[in-house]
Design a protein around this ligand. Structure first.
Ligand code: CP
Ligand code: NVA
Length: 335
């Protein structure tokens, strides 16, 4: 299904129901829809048996150009637990669109299956697939966004702290795909996010502007800065990600030097609010972006985040493929 470019996404309600839409960016959901995703996630987590068979008869294909543990397995486990069928296509050895055009791939897939889950290098690949295919496309990580991760992370924060409007999240490290989706999710949920990156590694300016535009309506606070201590001050959660993302392996040594002051360690964590948690999308590199003392301590919620990938992606698939809001009427639904 066609998705509008990021600039065009209004923060108001979509006229269309959620079925047959895509999730390429967090901005594909209105703030009310994000809330509905989180509400449905809570139900799915609490009462999984009530949803067995909700995707019965649905077939979903996963194309991954990059490695994955969590995303692949949580999608596959989620599809199967809802009664659907999944196919995994390993695209690590050849990027999509090389053997045949992306549009031909899309027009084949839409004849066979009900949904496409894509992990790509270029964000453009997932945007174009969504444009060409007449079935829902879900971004399972591109070089620009990781929306399923951010939704699971904000669900994790809501489980811990309740009202997301009272939460301050500090993101420390690279202004990458995960940072982008977290900023947009913070904007949608009315949270406060402070993103601290080295100069030259800031989040994309378009994402920051979009997050601030959404924040103007939701009451969120979006801050970017270079000082990790300023970001961590008073935070309820400190989040970091790898310093070199998949595809940036050759920059790893140089990045290690640049990002060293951005390591999340006990000294940085000491600036947070009482009860603060540590977050990471995983995989993590202990001794680089986070010390073992922090990630392996009681403040770490990294495995809650990983678990919640399963529940939130089930909610996303049900809303996009499984009958939409009409079947699961929740507060904030615009159908
Ligand atoms: N967090 C995450 O997306 O993990 P994988 O790369 O293992 O899927
Ligand atoms: N920023 C990381 C996230 C991995 C889940 C990457 O893109 O490799």
């Amino acid at each position: 299904m066609a998705t509008k470019p990021i600039e065009d996404h209004a923060t108001g309600a979509h006229a269309a129901p959620m079925t047959s839409r895509d999730l390429i960016s967090i901005c594909d959901f209105t703030p009310a829809e994000v809330e509905s995703v989180l509400d449905l996630t809570a139900l799915l987590k609490e009462r999984p048996a009530d949803f067995r068979g909700a995707l019965a008869g649905k077939q979903i294909v996963l194309f991954f150009e990059k490695p994955s543990l969590r995303t692949r397995l949580t999608f596959e486990a989620g599809i199967h637990s809802l009664g659907g069928v999944s196919f995994f296509v390993d695209q690590k050895h050849e990027r999509l669109g090389v053997r045949e055009s992306l549009s031909d791939v899309a027009h084949n897939l839409e004849r066979w299956v009900d949904g496409i889950v894509l992990r790509t290098f270029a964000h453009e690949t997932v945007v174009k697939m969504a444009e060409y295919a007449a079935i829902p496309v879900i971004n399972a990580l591109s070089d620009f966004e990781h929306p399923c991760q951010a939704l699971a992370d904000f669900f994790t924060l809501r489980e811990r702290f309740g009202d997301l409007k009272k939460v301050k999240l500090a993101y420390v490290g690279d202004g990458n795909n995960v940072a982008h989706s977290l900023m947009l999710a913070a904007a949608s949920t009315g949270s406060h996010i402070a993103v601290a990156t080295p100069k030259g590694y800031e989040p994309d300016a378009k994402v920051t502007a979009q997050a601030k535009k959404i924040a103007a309506k939701t009451g969120a606070k979006i801050e970017t800065m270079t000082d990790p201590v300023a970001a961590a001050k008073g935070a309820n959660a400190v989040y970091t990600d790898v310093w070199a993302s998949m595809g940036q392996e050759e920059e790893a040594a140089e990045r290690k030097k640049i990002f060293a002051p951005y390591q999340v360690n006990e000294k940085l964590f000491a600036h947070t609010e009482d009860g603060a948690v540590f977050m990471h999308c995983l995989p993590a590199h202990r001794g680089d972006e986070v010390t073992a003392q922090v990630i392996d301590s009681a403040v770490s919620v990294v495995f809650d985040e990983a678990e919640n990938r399963l529940h939130v992606q089930k909610a996303i698939m049900l809303l996009l493929l499984g009958g939409g809001m009409r079947r699961f009427p929740l507060r904030g639904a615009h159908v």
